[in-house]
Design a binder for this molecule. Structure first.
Ligand code: NAP
Length: 243
């Protein structure tokens, strides 16, 4: 008998960027599996909506601020599963990327997961179990015009995934990542047809739906994924596998 779903029952799951898109779908699925959900983001209204939908908690925090990361970790308390999902991107040529835009990408995509994990992983290690799932992009592994800083910030997150697997594995904490292809969320709505054009370039010729990505994230956090740590799963309809 599989107890794969039971292991998430009463686990506390903190999802950054849980106020929208993939993070929101992930919060809903963890809640369905019986987990205690804590979502964080900047938008109070959407945050409270997700808290109500999931029977969970919303903690408002701007991940661009180191102080707020500290406060978030303290308010979240004991966390069994951390999903570093919040992300920020600004597309454009390298010469036109502003320092503020660069800093925002590095801060939200790389710095925030680093210090949030630094605050929460030792507790998991002390309890002898835990899982961290980082949300990356196919642009971390392949070059893309207009996405240099974004791709680099997520490549750093993938490097953290491997180092943390090595660091926390002996204490029973698994750390994995999903590297997403085009996915239909709030942020890609503004891209219009470009999302479909990008999706059409993959072998499967499709974009991810948020609930599909959520299922992968929940899988990686659960006991069914026990052999996996330090992996980056390409959830990109085959885009990075094929020439
Ligand atoms: N959609 C895609 O095609 C795609 C492809 C590859 C990778 N990804 C990655 O997937 C992840 C989820 O993105 P999504 O598509 O679901 O986008 P989304 O719907 O725009 O959600 C982004 C989330 O990040 C949060 N966030 C952004 N900046 C923040 C900050 N400074 N402090 C706190 N929270 C912040 C937002 O919270 P608030 O709105 O509450 O501030 C929001 O909940 C991101 O890491 C993204 O890079 C997406």
């Amino acid at each position: 008998m599989s107890d794969a779903h039971h292991d998430l029952e009463s686990a506390t799951v903190l999802i950054t960027g849980g106020t929208s898109g993939i993070g929101r779908a992930t919060a809903q699925l963890f809640a369905e599996r019986g987990a205690r959900v804590v979502v964080t983001g900047r938008d109070e209204h959407r945050g409270q909506e997700v808290a109500a939908e999931t029977g969970g908690r919303f903690i408002r925090a701007d991940l661009a601020s180191p102080k707020e990361i500290e406060r978030l970790a303290a308010e979240a308390g004991e966390v069994d599963v951390l999903v570093n999902n919040a992300g920020y991107w600004e597309l454009g040529p390298t010469s036109e990327t502003s320092e503020a835009g660069f800093d925002a990408m590095v801060t939200v995509n790389f710095r925030a997961p680093f210090f949030l994990t630094a605050a929460l992983a030792p507790g998991m290690a002390a309890r002898g179990r835990g899982a961290i799932v980082n949300v990356s992009t196919m642009v971390a592994a392949r070059g893309a015009v207009g996405m240099a800083a974004y791709g680099a910030s997520k490549a750093a997150l993938e490097a953290l995934t491997r180092s943390w697997a090595a660091e926390f594995g002996p204490e029973g904490v698994r750390v994995n990542a999903v590297a997403l292809g085009p996915s239909r969320t709030e942020i890609t709505k503004s891209m219009g047809d470009l999302l479909d054009t990008l999706a059409a370039a993959s072998p499967l010729g499709r974009a991810n739906e948020p609930d599909e990505v959520a299922r992968l994230i929940v899988h990686l956090a659960g006991e069914d994924a026990r052999p996996l740590t330090g992996t980056v799963i390409a959830a990109d309809a085959g885009r990075t596998a094929a020439l």
